[in-house]
Design a protein around this ligand. Structure first.
Ligand SMILES: NC(=O)c1ccc[n+]([C@@H]2O[C@H](COP(=O)([O-])OP(=O)(O)OC[C@H]3O[C@@H](n4cnc5c(N)ncnc54)[C@H](O)[C@@H]3O)[C@@H](O)[C@H]2O)c1
Ligand SMILES: [Zn+2]
Length: 382
C-alpha cells in the first residue's frame, strides 16, 4: 500500500473523552487517520523518553509503518516487541517472555510502553507495564472496535489460567488512549460487529437518545462512515469512562458495564472459549437480559422486540439460538455455568437488568426458575 502524499486531518472530527480519575486521569482521543499525526497526541507522554511498542504480527504488518513514522518524527529511541496473535497470548508464558524481552532491551522505569493492537495486546502489554519495575507508563493505541470502546478504557488487564479467563491481572491506568477509527477498516467484518455488540450495550445503558441514535446510524457507522463511527466510539468510551470514574476498582457500580455479560459468559463457557466472538455472545446476552427484565415485570416487552430488531438489522444474533446456528443450546447447562461466574457474590448470581432503556440496575435475587424459563425461550430455534 503506498503512502498518501498529503495528510488531511479534519480536526473538527476529533473528539476527546476525559477519564476523570484525579492524578490518574487521562484523555481518550478519537478521530480519523490519527496515526498519521500520532506525534501530536503522544508528545505530552512520550517526548524525550524511550518507548517500546508492543504489538502482534497482524497489526504490525498492516499498521505499524504509520505509527513508526510518527515516532521517528518525535526523534526518540523506540523498539517493537511482537507477541503471538490471539487469546493464547494471555498466558503466564507469554507475559514472562514479554517481560524478559523488555529486560533484554535494557529499558528502565522512565520507558513508556505502547500497547498497539486489540484487547489481547492491550491486556498483556498493560499487565507487563504494571509489573515492570513495579509500574511504568502505558499508552493504549487500540486497533479493534472492541478494544477502542472497552478494553483500552478503564485500566483493567488480565491473563487467563487453566482455571478460567481473566482471573489474574491488575489495575493500571494508561496515560493516554489514542483511538484512530481508520485502522478499523482492515478488521474482519465479524470482529467489527463483535465490537458493535458492546456499543449496543452502551446505548442501552445510556438512554433513549443514545440508543435511538444507534438505531438510526448503525448502517452508516458499520459501513465506516467516519463521522458516525467516531461518534459511536465516543459514546462507548464516554459510557465506560463514566462508570469507571464512579467505581475505579470494580466494587459496585462498575457492574453495570456487565449488562448482558452474565448470559454471555455462560454461553461462551458452554461453547468453549474462543469459539464465538465475545461481542456476539454479548448481543445474545443483551437480548436475554432484556427478556428476563420483561419477564420479571421490570420493563416493557416492547423494549425486547426493539432490541432484537436492532441487533438483527446490524447483523448480530438477536437470541442465543441465533448464535452458531447449527448448534443445539442446552439451557440447563448454560444456567449451571452462571453460578460459577466470577461476578457471583456469595453464591448469588447478580444480573444487570433494565427498568427501561437508560435504566440498568443490579439484581441479586432473581429466581433461578425465571432465568431457566427465559433461557429455554432464548435457546429455542424457529
Ligand atoms: N481489560 C479489559 O477491561 C477488557 C475488556 C474487554 C475485553 N478484554 C479482552 O480483550 C480481548 C478481546 O479483544 P479483541 O476483540 O480486540 O481481540 P484480539 O485482540 O484477539 O483481536 C482480534 C483479532 O484482530 C486482529 N486485529 C487487531 N487489530 C486489527 C486491525 N486493525 N485490522 C485487522 N486485524 C486486526 C488481531 O491480530 C486478532 O487476530 C479478550 O481477551 C478480552 O478478555 C479486556
Ligand atoms: Zn464484553
Amino acid at each position: 500500500m503506498s503512502e498518501r502524499p498529503t495528510v488531511r486531518v479534519d480536526v473538527a472530527e476529533r473528539r476527546t473523552v476525559r477519564v476523570d480519575l484525579a492524578e490518574r486521569g487521562y484523555d481518550i482521543v478519537i478521530g480519523e487517520r490519527l496515526l498519521e499525526t500520532a506525534e501530536d497526541v503522544l508528545a505530552p507522554v512520550v517526548a524525550g523518553r524511550r518507548t517500546v511498542v508492543v504489538t502482534d504480527a497482524v497489526v504490525r504488518d498492516s499498521h505499524l509503518p504509520r505509527l513508526a513514522q510518527a515516532l521517528e518524527r518525535l526523534d526518540i529511541r523506540w523498539d517493537t516487541v511482537t507477541i503471538p496473535v490471539g487469546e493464547g497470548a494471555k498466558s503466564f508464558r507469554d507475559l514472562e517472555a514479554l517481560l524478559e524481552r523488555l529486560l533484554d532491551l535494557g529499558i528502565d522505569r522512565s520507558t513508556v510502553l505502547v500497547a498497539f493492537g486489540g484487547g489481547v495486546v492491550g491486556d498483556v502489554a498493560g499487565f507487563a507495564a504494571a509489573l515492570f519495575m513495579r509500574g511504568i507508563d502505558l499508552v493504549q493505541i487500540p486497533t479493534t472496535l472492541m478494544s477502542q470502546v472497552d478494553s483500552a478504557v478503564g485500566g483493567k488487564n488480565a491473563i487467563n489460567t487453566r482455571h478460567g479467563k481473566n482471573l489474574v491481572g491488575t489495575f493500571h491506568q494508561p496515560r493516554i488512549v489514542l483511538n484512530d477509527v481508520s485502522v478499523l477498516e482492515s478488521l474482519p467484518r465479524r470482529e467489527l460487529l463483535s465490537g458493535y455488540g458492546e456499543i449496543v450495550k452502551c446505548g442501552l445503558i445510556r438512554g433513549e437518545r443514545e440508543f435511538g441514535w444507534l438505531e438510526e446510524h448503525a448502517p452508516a457507522l458499520l459501513a465506516f462512515d467516519s463521522g458516525p463511527l467516531i461518534e459511536a466510539v465516543r459514546m462507548g468510551c464516554e459510557t465506560k469512562a463514566r462508570i469507571v470514574t464512579a467505581d475505579e476498582r470494580d466494587r459496585g457500580d462498575r457492574a453495570l458495564v456487565n449488562l448482558g455479560h452474565t448470559f454471555a459468559h455462560a454461553v461462551e463457557t458452554e461453547a468453549g472459549h474462543g469459539a464465538l466472538p465475545h461481542g456476539e455472545a454479548v448481543a445474545a446476552g443483551l437480548a436475554a437480559a432484556a427478556a428476563l427484565s420483561a419477564r420479571l415485570g421490570h420493563c416493557e416487552p416492547s423494549i425486547v422486540h426493539r432490541l432484537r430488531s436492532h441487533l438483527r438489522n446490524a447483523g448480530l444474533p438477536d437470541r442465543i439460538a441465533a448464535l452458531a446456528s447449527n448448534r443445539h443450546w442446552n439451557s440447563g447447562a448454560i444456567l449451571g455455568h452462571m453460578s460459577h461466574d466470577k461476578k457471583t457474590v456469595a453464591g448469588r448470581v447478580h444480573f444487570v437488568l433494565l427498568r427501561g432503556i437508560g435504566a440498568p440496575f443490579v439484581d441479586g435475587s432473581v429466581p433461578p426458575n425465571a432465568v431457566l424459563e427465559v433461557l429455554d425461550n432464548e435457546c429455542r430455534r424457529g
